[in-house]
Every structure is written in structure tokens, then in C-alpha cells.
Design a protein around this ligand. Sequence first.
Ligand SMILES: CC(C)(COP(=O)(O)OP(=O)(O)OC[C@H]1O[C@@H](n2cnc3c(N)ncnc32)[C@H](O)[C@@H]1OP(=O)(O)O)[C@@H](O)C(=O)NCCC(=O)NCCS
Length: 188
Amino acid sequence: MRLTEPTTPVLRTRRLVLRAPRMEDAPDIARHLNNFEVSGNLARVPFPYHLSDARAWIRSRQGQTQPGEANFTIEVDGMGYVGHLGFHMQGEEPGVGYWLGRPFWGKGIMSEAVEAAINWLFSASDFATIRSGVFYFNAASLAIQTKLGFTETGRSSLLCLARGAEVEHIDTQLTRERFQHMRQASRS
Ligand SMILES: CC(C)(COP(=O)(O)OP(=O)(O)OC[C@H]1O[C@@H](n2cnc3c(N)ncnc32)[C@H](O)[C@@H]1OP(=O)(O)O)[C@@H](O)C(=O)NCCC(=O)NCCS
């Protein structure tokens, strides 16, 4: 059985390697997602989270060949496995989601990872926009999205599996033009 996604590229940034998930990632995924501090911020991750959940999720990602469905394991030089980032189609547009294991928060890792992955997606596709969003209390994730140029498009109510409840969600969107503008502005 092929365990890696053949079309997912390896992306390298100053500190990170983003690569296709492998079945060997399952124990790390299970350990870090079985933490309510992480899963309680995500829509579709149950809590508690088991090794079998991680294995099933990796299997479900195999065979995804479209850029708008690409998933990346995030590794940091010297730290190894730290988390995940993935795109998934929401109708005609891709959405992006991401998480880091609790020990790796607050080091700028996800800002670096999301910028690299979005830059790749816009260059590998002709999507005009990428969707995302955060539960209303997730200030760190909203800060990442705002820095990259995402803007709020509205509010919705989204089921958080880990909480077993609907939670207010800030819906966001990033246009290709705004992403380029924000990147240029942050470099000048
Ligand atoms: C959200 C998450 C991905 C952030 O990753 P991270 O690598 O710690 O984020 P970064 O360090 O790159 O950036 C966080 C930004 O939020 C800011 N921030 C952190 N806590 C904040 C708070 N309480 N209020 C406002 N801003 C805050 C930081 O200052 C930083 O902004 P800056 O670079 O302008 O200083 C991580 O905490 C996580 O995985 N959480 C659980 C899962 C999750 O929430 N996923 C996203 C679902 S939408």
C-alpha cells in the first residue's frame, strides 16, 4: 500500500520542512491531538483522540491528488514532528486548517508554515481565494490569519466535535492579491 501522497511536494522554509503525512506519524498525531487544549480549537477532531483515529485519518488522506486537498506534516529542524496543516475543498474553494502540539506554540512556527503552504497553493493552482476561520476565542490563530491578509467575511455556528457543541465561528477569506500585497509589505 502506498502511504505517502505522491503529488504533495516537500516545502522548506527557514526552520521548517512540510511534507506529506506518513503512517509513522500516527503516534505523534494521536499524542498531540489527545489534548483538549489542541482539539478544543478544532472543528472536526474528537476528544479523546486515539491512535486508531490517527491511522484512519492518514488513510483517508491517501489518494488525494488535488492541490486543494493537500496535507502536510510539519517538522522543525532540531525538534522533529510538531503538527499538521491541510487544505480541503469547501465547494469550489479550498479551506485551510492547522494545529501544533502544545509544546510548540508561541515560537512563530505556524505563521511560517501557513505562509509557505499558501504561497505554494496559490502558485500550484488558479484559486482566487482561500477560506479559513477560527472559533471566536482563538486569538492566536486569528492573529496568524490577519497577518497573512485574511479578512472576516461573517460569523457562523460550527460544530466542535471535541466540545460536543456548536461554537461561534469567525469565517475568514484570503484573496490571492491581498496575500501578495501583505507579503510584499512585510518584506519592505
Ligand atoms: C493557533 C496555533 C496554530 C498558533 O501556532 P503558533 O505557532 O503558536 O503561532 P505563531 O507563534 O506563529 O503566531 C501566533 C500569533 O498570535 C499572537 N497571539 C498569541 N496569543 C495571542 C492572544 N491571546 N491574543 C492575541 N494574539 C495572540 C502571537 O503574538 C503571534 O502573533 P505575532 O507573530 O504577530 O506576534 C497553535 O496555538 C495551535 O495549534 N493551537 C491549537 C489548534 C488551533 O487552534 N488551530 C487553529 C484552528 S483555527
